[in-house]
Design a binder for this molecule. Structure first.
Ligand SMILES: [Zn+2]
Length: 82
């Protein structure tokens, strides 16, 4: 069973994402950070946008704007390599 993010972790992640948006406007990183913020507002943050699986807290902490679970990311990476 995966561990969910605590409210405190979530706050920290949100401020990290907001910093990226503020400091690097118009970058790819900002685009992906604001998409993550949008998912936070709609309550979808922390779930894979492909399959809906919960993304592990450790993965989110390491890469706050991540939108895919490990499995979907692996598939996508494979496609991009091909
Ligand atoms: Zn997935």
């Amino acid at each position: 069973m995966s561990e969910s993010l605590s409210a405190q972790q979530l706050l920290r992640i949100r401020s990290k994402l907001e910093t990226v948006v503020a400091e690097q406007p118009d970058s790819r990183a900002a685009e992906s950070a604001s998409a993550a913020l949008q998912r936070m507002r709609s309550g979808e943050y922390g779930y894979c946008i492909e399959c809906g699986d919960e993304i592990s807290a450790a993965r989110l902490a390491a890469k706050p704007d991540v939108a895919l679970c490990v499995d979907c990311q692996a598939l996508k990476d494979e496609e991009e390599d091909a």
